[in-house]
Ligand binder design. Structure first.
Ligand SMILES: NC(=O)c1ccc[n+]([C@@H]2O[C@H](COP(=O)([O-])OP(=O)(O)OC[C@H]3O[C@@H](n4cnc5c(N)ncnc54)[C@H](OP(=O)(O)O)[C@@H]3O)[C@@H](O)[C@H]2O)c1
Length: 218
């Protein structure tokens, strides 16, 4: 059985990704701060704590020698513009949104050889957004993706990012949804399952996609 580690597997997109991999007969290992309703194997890990990332990776590698797929779905947006920005919140967003990909890739590396890494970025990596830290974190994630693809190709690891547009999750309030839907060509937000389908394709099937940021938007 193949294994997929899903960071942020408790979230809206992360749950849909976990379900997708489970439906394709992967053993799914989820990572987050709270177990919520997660039925998969679950490791508690706060991404702000790199020591905990290292220890969690060690526990996973003791149990599973091979990790076929690592997906990072964890992320937060404080929505703070320059006027209201404060240092603590800025670095919390940056660390939360980057640490998962960066440090789980580093510490799970012995198991990931021959596998694939996908990070959930955002269309906001390349366009203005209210959350200064959020936009910066996603732009950094895109660059980390390209760098890791380059540095890990010798281990036959593909590294990509999927950058969704507006998706119907708790990240977008009910009040904002109609407005965001009007900004799309299709006239509606994405469903987390539609994003999970693209993540699965990039992570597990698209053997000639590497070092790419795949936009999942309409
Ligand atoms: N919704 C959208 O419109 C949209 C669009 C583009 C990109 N995205 C991206 O998609 C990803 C998933 O977003 P979502 O909408 O599904 O949001 P969500 O439901 O709020 O999920 C966020 C996930 O991140 C985890 N997380 C947050 N802080 C953490 C920390 N310090 N340590 C460990 N885990 C942490 C949460 O787990 P715990 O609470 O258990 O810790 C949760 O599983 C994010 O990266 C987001 O930026 C979303």
């Amino acid at each position: 059985m193949k294994t997929a580690v899903i960071i942020g597997g408790t979230g809206a997109i992360g749950s849909a990704v976990s379900e997708k991999f489970s439906s394709k007969n992967y053993k799914v290992i989820c990572i987050g701060r709270t177990t919520k309703k997660n039925l998969n194997e679950f490791y508690v890990c706060n991404l702000l704590d790199v020591t905990s990332i290292k220890e969690t990776s060690k526990k996973i590698l003791e149990k599973y020698k091979k990790i076929d797929v690592l997906v990072n779905c964890a992320g937060i947006n404080d929505g703070q513009e320059l006027k209201t920005l404060n240092e603590n919140s800025f670095y919390e967003v940056i660390k939360t949104n980057i640490n998962g990909t960066l440090f789980f890739s580093k510490y799970l590396l012995p198991g990931l050889k021959g596998g694939s890494i996908v990070s959930v970025s955002s269309i906001k990596a390349n366009s203005p957004t209210k959350g200064v830290a959020y936009g910066a974190s996603k732009a950094a994630l895109n660059n980390i993706t390209i760098n890791l693809a380059n540095q890990l190709s010798k281990h036959k690891i593909r590294v990509n990012a999927v950058a969704p547009g507006y998706t119907a999750t708790g990240m977008i309030s009910a009040k904002e949804r109609a407005l965001k839907a009007k900004k799309t060509i299709i006239g509606r937000l994405a469903n987390p399952k539609e994003i999970a389908q693209i993540i699965f394709f990039v992570a597990a099937e698209a053997t000639y996609i590497n070092g790419q940021i795949i936009t999942a938007d309409s």
